[in-house]
Design a protein around this ligand. Structure first.
Ligand code: NCD
Ligand code: ZN
Ligand code: ZN
Length: 377
């Protein structure tokens, strides 16, 4: 195994010297570009119709593949619907684009084991998504009782080696919204992995130190987590800074600073159990800035810059490529991408909004300056 600092130095193109540890000062001072294996996004909302056409290029430009979430209206509950949805995504991609949308099935109380077999044989469905009914955007058709209604489907998933992707929050209105992830781990996830230890599970968009502990204590290669940019750079103060901030509202909701720090430590530690999943979730501006605003942050255009900033500030740029480009495909048992992208150390301003004929979308960090610019090699 090469020393981490040596890897870091080869990434940034500087010769390995006697001092193996890159000092933080050196990182901040030098002008450097990072050549990285093209990343994948293991949790993405592309929507459909006009919204799909408007947002897909932000992901397709710099990501090789993406696990595409199935929470459309109506949801993607069959292999046939997933194949049709994939075709509609491919149709709106720019010519010569080799972005690969990897599809998921939306699990319901009525999903049958047969559908898992069909999904596997379709060749384009890579996972099944568990939304506890009522937990998040378009989850009303989700699962009401995972053990009571879905067990035979989960057993079939084990047979088909099909991972379960989990929105990990309980929906009980009596549970404080900031505790819903922790309670989900205790009441659903821990019993689930005990009952079905062979089931591959990805806990999506983790937000708490409880989730980090759960992932670290479970079987590597079987249980993993995706991490969003917002849960790495923001804590819950960002929801109320100078007034209500609807564009920082997503589910699971942002948590306290100690939780953010625990997640930063986990991803920058180099553990293979954590990988990139933006949870980029576009909603029209008018549906965010209203009396009952939607949950979801649109981060597709800023995600790579923000992840890089987090690793830079932690002095862990040598661990960035594994988080962005290796841990995900390794977990899913897929080849890593063979092409590269360049993260340029170059300031750019995030647009205040993206305007379309039908309306506009406000991105995460709207109007702010960011330090790292992704581009093609
Ligand atoms: N994250 C969110 O706040 N929203 C997502 C759904 C989800 O991933 O929970 C969406 O589809 O808008
Ligand atoms: Zn979710
Ligand atoms: Zn999501």
């Amino acid at each position: 195994m090469p020393h981490a600092a040596a890897v870091f130095r080869s990434l940034v193109g500087i010769p390995v010297s006697k001092s193996q540890k890159p000092s933080k000062r050196a990182i901040f001072k030098s002008e450097m570009d990072l050549h990285l294996t093209k990343p994948d996004d293991w949790h993405l909302h592309l929507r459909d119709g006009k919204l799909l056409e408007s947002v897909v290029h932000h992901s397709a430009r710099h990501f090789g593949r993406a696990i595409v979430m199935p929470n459309l209206k109506p949801p993607i509950t069959t292999a046939a619907a997933a194949v049709a949805y994939r075709d509609s995504i491919l149709k709106v991609l720019p010519p010569d684009c080799d972005f690969d949308p990897m599809m998921t099935l939306y699990l319901t109380d009525d999903t049958r084991p047969e559908e898992i077999k069909l999904a596997r044989s379709s060749g384009v469905v890579y996972a099944v998504k568990l939304y506890p009914a009522g937990a998040t955007t378009n989850s009303q058709d989700g699962v009401t009782d995972i053990f009571g209604k879905c067990f035979s489907v989960l057993e079939e998933m084990v047979k088909q080696n099909m991972p379960l992707l989990v929105h990990g929050e309980v929906t009980d209105a009596n549970v404080d919204i900031f505790d819903r992830e922790k309670v989900f781990i205790e009441t659903i996830l821990e019993p689930l992995v005990q009952k079905l230890p062979q089931l591959k599970v990805v806990m999506e968009h983790i937000t708490t130190m409880d989730a980090v502990k759960f992932i670290m204590s479970s079987r590597e290669g079987c249980i993993a987590a995706t991490v969003t940019p917002q849960h790495l750079v923001l804590n819950r103060n960002a929801l109320f800074r100078g007034g209500l901030q609807p564009h920082n509202y997503c589910l699971p909701v942002l948590k306290r600073e100690v939780h953010r720090q625990a997640i930063v430590s986990a991803v920058t530690s180099g553990s293979k159990r954590f990988f990139l999943g933006t949870d980029s979730a576009p909603h029209a501006r008018n549906l965010k800035e209203c009396t009952c605003g939607c949950a979801g942050i649109y981060n597709a255009s800023v995600a790579l810059s923000l992840y890089t900033k987090v690793f830079e500030e932690a002095g862990a740029l040598d661990k960035l490529e594994a988080f962005m480009s290796f841990n995900g495909p390794d977990f899913y048992g897929l080849p890593r991408n063979s092409t590269k992208i360049l993260m340029k150390k170059s300031s750019w301003r995030v647009p205040e909004s993206y305007m379309f004929t039908w309306g506009e979308i406000v991105p995460m960090c709207a109007g702010q300056m960011l330090d790292w610019l992704p581009s093609d090699c």
